[in-house]
Design a protein around this ligand. Structure first.
Ligand code: AMP
Length: 618
């Protein structure tokens, strides 16, 4: 995700359009809105901003979402769905490890898509996310006292395009028009006031309940780029709780009548452990007396230093990820300008201290780490609503886009890393006389030949009136809108006939695929260059042959010159027919150029040059 500053701020218009920012989290979700320059989270009737991302399909037929659903997890473990973000946009076969640790059933549906099975009903992960989003929408609507129809929804920076698209689908199912999918670290940086005004490198450290993500962002000329991400999808505050829970269980009398594995006992112990942990964030020691009925009473006093020693290996694991992210981004620690904290677990003093020591930078803590992502999303939402013109938030295209030209080469119209929205028009022509239709194949990738790129779609432009090759002027326009959707149109300029196609270049393309395609282009650069050169030389030779033949029909030449041109022409045709290599074809073209260039009055030369110019635009 990228951000770019636009021109001078325009006066704010009233009434303002309403677009909310939504943090759709693995554990909790929430919405925020920005009015004027002030971003604020939207709270429910009890004043709570966080909505647990939990859906319970109660046996009595009710669908319950949020806090109440979370409270029902123990009563209906196989009917209460949580952490569905771990399944969204993925194949069922990829979710195996995740699904095994979830108490509800995940099965493979058609096309290997995961389905959550509750009783005899099946739900897609998007449908479950949609229920959470509906609750967020309803909460936002009551807080604002007006309908909410448009939103910016955040996703982890490492989400691939299928996961992003699935998140958009979930928003649509919830009745929300998702104007933009925003990377969580970019949102967090925006919340901390890092708005692209100043160039720099930012580390976003996000430690939540169950997941850890670190991202390195580069801000350059107002553009935000995610340089690298690392993390652990099973590391967070819940692991701190689990370690404290062990301490509590160990403090239970051995004579306890109820086994400690009882889910209700475990739940109570976990809740007490979390409470202890939270107190230890502000106190240097905490005491607990937990009455577990038949299981006995656990009495415990724990110092912060003891807790810190217990969790230190887990904190170290997060720093190992930070190290990896820096390495992948090719950024040295001393090149970091800002360190930003996100996620409830960054309130743990040891986490802050270790990160500060590791990076040599005091992390930003002025924004509530639970709310930062939603607040940042609301800033982006406000920009998209058109209420703040001082900031223009843009994405970049991960891979170049182009069309296949004569001989199987790809002419790139939009280059990789271009900020979107963007557009470009180029003129092409026909390769054969009286051609009434052209095939346009749209490709994505960095390689020179179409066969090495990814075919995104094809369409045909028909209805071109019969004309000599090279005469039709076909303007091909690539337009990528703010959502990354590509529209390609082709228009024959003389007649106005037009055709087009719309594709989502990023759909189904994973992060790894983008990386692989990039690496391949570097690896094959030399070979691609030669192959491309061979095609270009061949196209040029064919165009010269056609152009010279046409010119010979038009011009009246002295016999000796006619002979020389015919001879060079025949030689070049022979080379073409024999499939000669680039060097021989180049030499053949040079010979033909030499004889046509010396002809009196340059009759042929001018005609050939004109024909060539037209041909080369193809
Ligand atoms: P998130 O997933 O970002 O909502 O973060 C939730 C995690 O943050 C849970 O593990 C919470 O126990 C933890 N958390 C929230 N507040 C605190 C606090 N004051 N100190 C330590 N951990 C906290």
């Amino acid at each position: 995700m990228t951000t770019q500053r636009g021109p001078a701020p325009a006066p704010t218009q009233k009434p303002q359009r309403l677009v909310v920012g939504i943090d759709l989290g693995t554990t909790n979700s929430l919405a925020a809105v920005r009015a004027g320059k002030q971003a604020r989270v939207l709270r429910d009737a009890q004043g709570e901003p966080l909505i647990p991302s939990v859906v319970c399909f109660h046996p009595d037929g009710r669908t319950i979402v949020g806090r109440e659903a979370k409270a029902l997890r123990l009563s209906f473990p196989d009917r209460t769905v949580f952490s569905v973000k771990r399944l969204v946009g993925r194949a069922a076969s990829e979710c195996g490890a995740e699904a095994r640790v979830l108490p509800y059933r995940v099965v493979a549906g058609e096309r290997d898509l995961p389905r959550v099975q509750v009783g005899d009903r099946q739900f897609t992960p998007e449908a479950i996310s949609a229920l959470v989003l509906q609750q967020v929408k309803a909460t936002a609507e009551s807080a604002l006292g007006q309908p909410v129809e448009q939103a910016v929804v955040t996703v982890p920076a490492w989400f691939d395009d299928a996961q992003r698209q699935a998140t958009k689908d979930a928003a649509a199912l919830a009745g929300l028009d998702c104007l933009r999918i925003l990377n969580e670290p970019t949102a967090a940086a925006l919340a901390y006031g890092i708005d692209g005004n100043k160039d720099g490198t930012v580390l976003v450290y996000d430690l939540g309940g169950g997941t850890f993500d670190v991202s390195i962002l580069r801000i350059e000329d107002g553009v935000f780029r995610v340089l690298s991400t690392a993390g652990d999808t099973h590391l967070g505050g819940d692991d701190f709780d689990a370690l404290l829970a062990e301490r509590i269980l160990a403090a239970l009398p051995r004579t306890a009548a109820v086994p400690a594995a009882d889910p209700y006992v475990l739940q109570a112990v976990r809740a007490a452990a979390e409470g202890l942990k939270i107190r230890l964030s502000s106190e240097t020691s905490a005491e607990l007396e937990l009455d577990l009925g038949a299981a006995g009473t656990a009495k415990l006093r724990i110092a912060r230093s003891e807790f810190e020693a217990t969790i230190a290996p887990l904190v170290q694991r997060t720093l190992d990820c930070v190290q990896r992210a820096l390495k992948d981004a090719n950024v040295r620690i001393d090149q970091l300008d800002e360190v930003v904290l996100v996620g409830g677990s960054t309130r743990v003093p040891l986490v802050r201290a270790r990160l500060a020591a590791f990076t040599g930078k005091q992390p930003h803590t002025e924004v509530d780490p639970d709310l930062a992502v939603a607040l940042g999303a609301s800033i982006q939402a406000d920009v998209l609503a058109g209420n703040d013109r001082s900031l223009l938030l843009l994405d970049v295209i991960p891979l170049s886009l182009g069309i296949e030209t004569l001989g199987g080469a790809v002419q790139k119209l939009i280059l990789r890393n271009s900020t979107i929205p963007t557009h470009r028009t180029e003129e092409f022509s026909t390769g054969v006389d009286d051609q009434t239709a052209v095939d346009l194949a749209i490709h994505q990738g960095e390689r020179e030949l179409a066969r090495d790129c990814r075919l995104l779609g094809r369409f045909k432009l028909r209805g071109i009136p019969p004309m000599p090759a090279g005469l039709p002027r076909i303007a091909v326009t690539f337009l990528v809108d703010a959502d990354g959707v590509l529209r390609v149109t082709a228009r024959e300029q003389r007649t106005g006939v037009e055709a087009g196609i719309q594709v989502v270049p990023s759909y189904g393309l994973s992060r790894d695929e983008v990386k692989r395609m990039m690496l391949e282009s570097i690896e094959h650069a030399q070979q691609d260059y030669l192959a491309r050169e061979a095609i270009d030389v061949r196209n040029k030779a064919e165009a010269m042959v056609r152009g010279t033949q046409k010119a010979l029909q038009l011009a009246e030449l002295p016999p000796d010159q006619t002979y020389a041109v015919h001879k060079a022409l025949a030689a070049l045709r022979k080379l073409l027919a024999a499939g000669a290599g680039a060097a021989s074809l180049k030499a053949g073209c040079d010979d033909l150029t030499r004889v046509t260039a010396t002809i009196a009055d340059d009759v042929i030369g001018a005609a050939v040059a004109k024909a060539l110019r037209e041909e080369q635009q193809r």
